[in-house]
Design a binder for this molecule. Structure first.
Ligand code: AP5
Length: 251
């Protein structure tokens, strides 16, 4: 049995198949989640996947899973080192990693892409992959939050060292300090959440990823969402925005 039965194709790539396919509730959604590090994309992806019956495709999760393996190729070793410093992994490596998993883009359950694309070159590559798979995007949900709140979310995040579940010291505290509610694993701070790496990540976001909002605005796909409030409030805003798109027949 795969470690990720429902996302084996995404985590393992190649010929790996998911044991459990997502079951869409109504429309099959194909979405990109955009936003600064720590804005809450992963948290929203988890909630949206449950609500829409789709699949969470995070490039960061694939790299973090690779961190736990040994025997890294020189390219992957360089990528993981860049990640620790808070820098972006090279476009070549990210695009080839997503290309290897491009079957996930035409999955009958749809998808939520989280953390890809992150540069103009990756956005172009995604267009090509979608075209090859014969599918298109419904929308790009762009989460927006003042910097002070982003810093608070990043610095307070704790991640389970075993199952990778995400907590927050005040907003989503575990029942027992530093212990995962789900598997009892130890909660740790992600290496790239340390202040020096977080600063580099914010800079990379400003320089390379933020301009993608303009790019998707021009294509008519951009849907800005305020990311203040509880995760459930933001989920409601996201669902309302998707409903509005459906009513205006954009999807
Ligand atoms: P990635 O994993 O994609 O990280 P990220 O985009 O920086 O996003 P985060 O995971 O930090 O935050 P999030 O927005 O998901 O927030 P979360 O929901 O956890 O990428 C990591 C690295 O991998 C990159 O730096 C790069 O090196 C590499 N990489 C990945 N993809 C790449 C690509 N395409 N190209 C190049 N390099 C790539 O929430 C944060 C905290 O806030 C949590 O503690 C959570 O509990 C809390 N929280 C969430 N919502 C709320 C709320 N509403 N109220 C209060 N607290 C909340």
């Amino acid at each position: 049995m795969s470690k990720h039965p429902d996302r084996a194709a995404w985590f393992e790539g190649g010929d790996a198949k998911c044991d459990v396919s997502p079951s869409p509730r109504g429309h099959v959604y194909r979405l990109v989640l955009l936003g600064p590090p720590g804005v809450g994309k992963g948290t929203q992806a988890e909630l949206l996947c449950k609500a829409l019956g789709t699949c969470h495709l995070s490039t960061g999760d694939v790299f973090r899973a690779a961190q736990c393996q040994t025997d890294h190729s020189p390219a992957l070793k360089a990528a993981l080192e860049a990640m620790r410093r808070g820098e972006l992994v090279s476009d070549d490596l990210v695009v080839s990693m997503v290309s290897e998993r491009s079957g996930c883009l035409s999955c009958s359950g749809g998808f939520l892409l989280d953390g890809f694309p992150r540069t103009a070159a990756q956005a172009e590559a995604l267009n090509e992959l979608l075209e090859q798979q014969g599918v298109g995007l419904d929308a790009v949900l762009s989460y927006e939050l003042p910097l002070s709140e982003i810093v608070d979310r990043l610095s307070g995040r704790r991640t389970c060292s075993k199952c990778k579940a995400v907590f927050h010291v005040t907003a989503r505290p575990p029942q027992k300090e530093e212990v995962c509610d789900l598997c009892g694993g130890q909660l740790i701070q992600r290496e790239d959440d340390r202040p020096e790496s977080s600063r580099v990540r914010m800079q990379a976001y400003e320089e390379s990823t933020k301009p993608l909002a303009d790019y998707y605005q021009k294509t008519g796909l951009l849907v800005p969402i305020r990311a203040e409030g509880s995760p459930e409030t933001i989920l409601e805003r996201s669902r309302d925005a998707l409903l509005a798109l459906a009513v205006s027949s954009k999807i």
